[in-house]
Design a protein around this ligand. Structure first.
Ligand code: SF4
Length: 437
């Protein structure tokens, strides 16, 4: 029996031996595509044999800051799989999981001013990947008592991957337990396959739901680095979906905003290889990297009022939001318009800015300026306050700037230093006025 037949037999054995549903973690990369295709072929075979099909889940993750080309590829392929499954009555549930809008990358970075992530303050992985996947998988376990997750990981991907796979304790059925999710079993059905065998399989068998063409194209686009070398590895770092995933920020198709790696050689390589649509995204990422390291772009107090580099200041956050809208408005990403930030995120950002003293509805106003259909949030309390104070426009602006400091520290018991901060801001304000005049 050859390796392919053995893998098929293994899958069939686990499918038929209990009621536990299969959960295929699908990144869209070559390895998870092989696993998904093998599962779908098995389901078709079982259906021909007259077997009743239990539920199978296909789960993908979208951080909402995926490269637009990857996000649209994943969406399209999931749609094709769903259509195929319904047509063939395969009892497959297709799921694309996303972070909560209030925990999205832009809500936290532009809304709350979290500095773009780095190795030491990597606030994103948990919120964008681990939590959404964990919530979803836990809900499946709750519904089904237990699940069997199928991973497309392989020993020959790298030494560290092999070590990680080999370090997992297997039960008598060859299954391991997911470390974070109770009652989630894990099987890596193609762990012994070589890269060559993966490509041979994909080249010899077209996808039941359509074709592998778009995936192949993505690999050819992303594979060449600026120095001409070819990078291998799968396309995801879905840590919760895939406990053996490579560490986040090191994969070819991570978030386009990722500043955990200093140099995104893959993105740079794609720009140099003529993927012009990616250039503004690459420049935005470079800007994030630069701003994160600059004192003048950050508050000089942390949210706990201690001295030290804190959040991106409000002016920087406004600039970052406007730049996103400009990129959106002035670029066709491979001949289609893409929303880089959702309107829901803008609403959340505005609520975070309100807490930081933005009384001008700046986020909403920017969204409207760039054509979003969104309503101005009316902060009647502040409006009434400003009217009652009968301030002229210049004084209103100064009041707003001072009010930002007060609101940002309203819940802190230690208000030491607040007067100095207000004085500094008033002084700077008038210096700015003087320069402008
Ligand atoms: S790819 Fe980068 S930005 Fe995205 S979650 Fe991972 S570390 Fe964070």
């Amino acid at each position: 029996m050859n390796k392919l037949q053995k893998t098929k037999q293994l899958l069939k054995h686990h499918y038929l031996s209990n009621d536990r549903p299969l959960v295929v973690t699908f990144s869209g990369g070559k390895d998870s595509t092989v696993v998904l295709q093998l599962v779908i072929e098995m389901l078709l075979e079982l259906k021909r044999e007259g077997q009743e099909l239990k539920k199978t889940y296909v789960v993908s993750s979208d951080t909402t800051v995926e490269m637009p080309i990857i996000a649209s590829y994943l969406e399209n392929i999931l749609e094709s799989i769903d259509i195929f499954s319904q047509k063939e009555d395969l009892n497959i549930s297709v799921n694309l999981i996303k972070p909560k809008v209030e925990e999205s990358f832009f809500a936290l970075m532009i809304g709350k001013g979290y500095p773009a992530p780095n190795q030491w303050f990597r606030w994103c992985t948990d919120r964008l990947k681990i939590r959404p996947a964990t919530y979803f998988l836990e809900s499946l376990v709750k519904k089904n008592q237990s699940i069997l997750m199928l991973l497309g990981v392989r020993l020959d991907e790298s030494v560290s991957r092999a070590n990680s796979i080999n370090s997992r304790e297997l039960n008598f059925q060859g299954l391991s337990m997911h470390e974070q999710i109770p009652n989630a079993y894990v099987l890596s059905p193609i762990k012994d396959w070589t890269t060559l065998e993966v490509w041979q399989y994909l080249n010899s068998k077209s996808a039941p739901w359509g074709s592998h063409e778009s995936m192949m194209k993505l690999y050819s686009k992303g594979a060449t680095l600026p120095d001409g070398t070819v990078r291998d590895g799968d396309a995801d770092c879905n840590i919760a979906l895939n406990p053996e995933a490579p560490s986040c920020g090191k994969t070819r198709f991570g978030c386009w905003t990722c500043t955990v790696i200093e140099k995104d050689r893959s993105m740079q390589g794609m720009v140099q290889n003529g993927e012009e649509w990616m250039k503004p995204l690459w420049e935005y990422r470079e800007m994030l990297l630069d701003y994160r390291n600059r004192e003048d772009k950050r508050n000089h107090r942390r949210r706990n009022a201690q001295l030290g580099l804190g959040a991106f200041n409000l002016d920087v956050r406004k600039e970052l939001l406007e730049k996103l809208f400009i990129i959106e408005a002035t670029n066709d990403f491979l001949e289609r318009k893409v929303e880089l930030i959702s309107t829901e995120e803008v609403t959340i950002i505005q609520s975070y800015w309100n807490n930081d003293g933005d009384i001008e509805n700046s986020a909403i106003s920017l969204a409207i300026k760039y054509g979003r259909d969104i309503e101005i949030y009316q902060n009647h309390e502040i409006e009434e306050l400003l009217i009652s104070m009968e301030l002229n426009e210049e004084s209103k602006t100064l009041f707003t700037r001072v009010y930002e400091i007060e609101v940002a520290r309203k819940n802190l018991s230690n208000r030491w230093g607040i007067l100095g901060e207000i004085e500094e801001r008033v002084e700077n304000y008038f210096k700015g006025q003087f320069i402008e005049n």
